[in-house]
Write a protein that binds this ligand. Structure first.
Ligand SMILES: NC(=O)c1ccc[n+]([C@@H]2O[C@H](COP(=O)([O-])OP(=O)(O)OC[C@H]3O[C@@H](n4cnc5c(N)ncnc54)[C@H](OP(=O)(O)O)[C@@H]3O)[C@@H](O)[C@H]2O)c1
Length: 269
């Protein structure tokens, strides 16, 4: 079966790599693309190449008027939820790469997708090695009671923490049940001085976001025990190519899914 795919954010850093990959895949057919600035143009020309017959839409809702099996979203935090809902309401499976959604957003998306019998796969990081980090972290959290997460990115990243760090923190806390894990030595709400210096609390996990020139995307999961510690770290380079295989894997699997699956590692392991 050939999957009819629409890419929201098709002119972006990740989106343009996906356009090539989807068009090269034997089992996929690119039927739609979304970008405000390229709206109305041929996608191939908008990307600086030859025409490819796909007309860019200004909104996802408009793009989904064309029959589509899977919507892939690599846009921006302020529009991604609206796009996912447009996908679900039109009966289209959705793969979400865009960061910025909270655990509460995903709970709502899961409920609506389950009710509608539609699948959504979201991953804060679609790279293989970041998925391995997530997998190893879930194992470590079953044995080690205390951890925190540090997220590093360049200075212009608009959201904090990164999608990778948020997903890691929220899923770690699920692994940490029974309640009370991760163990926090001194209660965060009783901190003297600046409470913010202890970072944000996401699902019970402390997360610290560093935004500085010279940094690309990295995430560190630090586990501490008396007298020893374990650090799991993932560093992304500057290519968007590392996210493509994982996104295509999710695209192939999502039509069989009902409700929400979070984390590429959930599909891999
Ligand atoms: N999960 C992962 O593995 C992973 C990996 C890398 C990045 N990300 C996340 O994916 C997202 C995209 O990253 P990127 O670096 O590719 O971003 P980018 O280069 O800024 O591209 C964003 C794309 O979305 C479009 N867009 C933005 N706002 C829009 C709107 N309101 N309506 C319609 N289209 C809109 C842009 O086109 P116009 O401006 O013309 O509308 C562009 O095509 C970010 O949230 C990033 O953190 C996730």
């Amino acid at each position: 079966m050939t999957l009819k795919v629409c890419i929201a954010g098709a002119t972006g850093w990740v989106g343009r790599e996906l356009v090539t990959a989807v068009r090269e895949a034997d089992d996929m057919h690119l039927v739609g693309a979304v970008s405000r600035t390229a709206a109305g143009r041929d996608l191939g020309e908008a990307l600086g190449g030859h025409p490819n017959g796909v007309t860019v839409s200004a909104t996802t809702e408009e793009a989904l008027k064309t029959d589509t099996d899977v919507l892939i979203d690599y846009t921006k935090p302020d529009v991604v939820k609206e796009n996912i809902m447009a996908g679900i309401w039109s009966g289209t499976s959705v793969v979400v790469g865009t960061s910025g959604l909270t655990g509460a957003d995903y709970a709502e998306i899961d409920a609506v997708a389950s009710d509608e019998g539609v699948g959504v796969i979201a991953s804060g990081n679609f790279s293989l090695t970041a998925s391995l980090l997530q997998h190893f972290a879930m194992i470590a959290a079953q044995y080690l009671p205390s951890w925190e997460v540090i997220d590093y990115a360049g200075p212009t990243k608009p959201d904090a923490p990164s999608g990778t760090a948020r997903e890691l923190a929220e899923r770690l806390s699920e692994q940490g049940e029974p309640q009370g894990r991760p163990e926090i030595g001194y209660p965060i709400d009783q901190i003297k001085g600046s409470r913010e210096a202890r970072g944000g609390t996401l699902g019970g996990t402390q997360v610290h976001s560093v935004r500085l020139p010279g940094y690309a995307l990295s995430v560190e999961n630090i586990f501490g025990l008396p007298g020893e510690r374990l650090t799991l770290r993932h560093d992304a380079g500057t290519s968007a190519g590392i996210y493509i295989d994982g996104t295509l894997l999710a695209t192939r699997r999502v039509p069989e899914v009902r409700g929400l699956i979070r984390g590429l590692d959930t599909l891999l392991f």
